[in-house]
Design a protein. Structure first.
Length: 491
């Protein structure tokens, strides 16, 4: 009875945390999320892509999974956020099954519950539909479970399942590599005879990754990421140790960077956790639990090979694949219902405090914030464009795809870099630039007889083209945080 009370309470807390993110400032929709919805909308009409629009990495699987929900519920946030929620729930169940095989039933339940309420940034970034992060944690948990099955029962079916899951995961996100490589090493170390049947896993991995392979063969390997040089590799390792790993664990608040506890206590706790990890790794040597410790220990040294990991230092977005691993490391302490309740309660408290601090950072008055604050509803902006009979517009990136998504493509907007433009009959048209996520939008806006421009009032003001618009008698209309420029014929 106590176990079920803990399970139901933790499940309710996890739902509550996701509702908090969904409806609050942490879950405010942006153009990255809107693109996933637009990809799902286009998939319903047979337009399929291998990668996230405008990128040569990041698979389209979550957008494809969202397409049926968009077909049922329409082009809405609810429709596209169902998929990451279900993937998170599935990952929690898989973490439970992995923990059960490694640490026993009671600790396995604790592992699944810990993942459901923590790490905090996994919930923050896994609730919106950003396209990759739900599948990130799902595939990590799935590959861990399949690896254990393969080692325990090396049948062709389990080996093929592991290979297929790896191929699909690699197509979806290369972030899976620092986790998969040590998993494969551990599998071969525990059961060397697997090498004789490796061809089964490789064959199915090719099948799963086939969209990635075909695309790269026809695009000269365009999605193979460049490697770090020695300097950036060392910097990546340093950033992993601090501040990114503490941010993932909730010891530091992402975005704000503030520590959970006073500095002295923060360092004491951080060192204590590292010492606990070292002690656990020593005790786990030679056991199946060594899988988790090997992955955790190897991860930073493989992760830092890619130069991309050093780009973002304000939040641990490229560490989210570690979420199931850290949940398993911490959840193993829950060997009884009481211990599980204590561990889960502490993790949930860390998530709550982290959410509050992140919200405080986002709501602080800061006109220079990146990305800029975009209202949850664009209804006033859409109403203004409808009243002015505007169907096509150039806009800041963080406005453009939100506008297309929210209007169900009744307004087509495309971003630009505003470096060059032409003027004909009083109509200002930017010269097409690189970096556009979806070129068909760009072509449609450029081909339109007239088009509006939508910018943020504060920050990101493209001064040169703004002056050109005013010189050509474009009318400026302020709509909340936005300014709309329309040609004289639409004023």
């Amino acid at each position: 009875m106590r176990k079920w009370i803990v399970v139901l309470a933790a499940f309710a807390v996890g739902i509550g945390l996701r509702v908090w993110v969904y409806g609050g400032v942490l879950g405010a929709p942006d153009s990255d999320e809107a693109i996933v919805g637009l990809m799902a909308r286009h998939a319903l009409h047979g337009e399929l892509t291998v990668f996230f629009w405008g990128q040569v990495y990041g698979g389209s699987q979550e957008a494809l999974l969202s397409a049926p929900f968009v077909g049922v519920f329409g082009t809405t946030l609810f429709a596209i956020r169902i998929v990451p929620l279900l993937l998170n729930l599935a990952a929690a169940l898989l973490v439970w099954r992995v923990g059960r095989r490694l640490f026993g039933e009671a600790a396995g339940v604790a592992c699944g519950l810990v993942f459901w309420v923590w790490p905090p940034f996994q919930i923050v970034h896994g609730t919106p539909a950003y396209g990759f992060y739900g599948t990130n944690v799902f595939y990590v948990a799935l590959l861990l479970l399949l690896a254990l099955h393969v080692v325990d029962e090396p049948s062709a079916l389990w080996i093929a399942g592991f290979g297929l899951a790896f191929g699909l995961a690699y197509w979806q996100t290369a972030q899976i590599i620092p986790v998969v490589l040590p998993i494969v090493v551990w599998m071969v170390w525990r059961r060397p005879t697997l090498l004789r049947r490796a061809w089964i896993a490789v064959s199915l991995a090719v099948v799963g990754a086939l969209p990635w392979i075909v695309w790269n063969l026809t695009h000269t390997g365009g999605s193979v990421l460049t490697r770090s040089d020695p300097s950036s590799y060392a910097r990546g390792l340093r950033l992993f140790a601090s501040p990114l790993l503490p941010m993932l664990l909730g010891l530091r608040a992402p975005l704000a960077g503030t520590t959970l506890l006073p500095k002295a206590l923060f360092y004491l706790l951080y060192v204590g956790l590292l010492a606990g990890f070292a002690s656990g790794a020593w005790r786990a040597r030679g056991t199946r639990a060594s899988l988790i410790y090997l992955v955790a220990l190897s991860f930073p040294f493989i992760w830092a090979i890619s130069h991309r990991v050093t780009i973002l230092t304000s939040h641990p977005v490229y560490l989210l694949v570690l979420s199931p691993i850290v949940a398993l490391l911490l959840g193993q302490l829950g060997t009884t219902a009481v211990r599980t309740a204590v561990v889960v309660a502490l993790c949930a408290a860390v998530s709550v405090v982290t959410f509050q601090r992140m919200e405080g950072n986002l709501t602080a008055k800061n006109d220079e914030r990146w990305p800029p604050a975009t209202p949850r509803s664009l209804a006033p902006l859409q109403g203004t464009l409808t009243r002015l009979h505007v169907r096509f517009a150039y806009a800041d990136y963080w406005i453009a795809y939100r506008l297309a998504f929210d209007s169900r493509e009744r307004v087509i907007a495309s971003p630009d870099q505003w470096l060059r433009w032409t003027t004909k009959d009083g109509v200002v048209t930017p010269v097409p630039s690189r970096g556009v996520r979806y070129r068909p939008y760009q072509r449609r806006v450029a081909a339109a007889r007239t088009h509006a421009f939508v910018f943020f009032v504060h920050g990101y003001e493209p001064e040169p083209i703004r002056g050109a618009l005013l010189r050509n008698a474009y009318r400026r209309i302020v709509v909340g945080p936005f300014e709309v420029f329309v040609p004289p014929s639409r004023s």
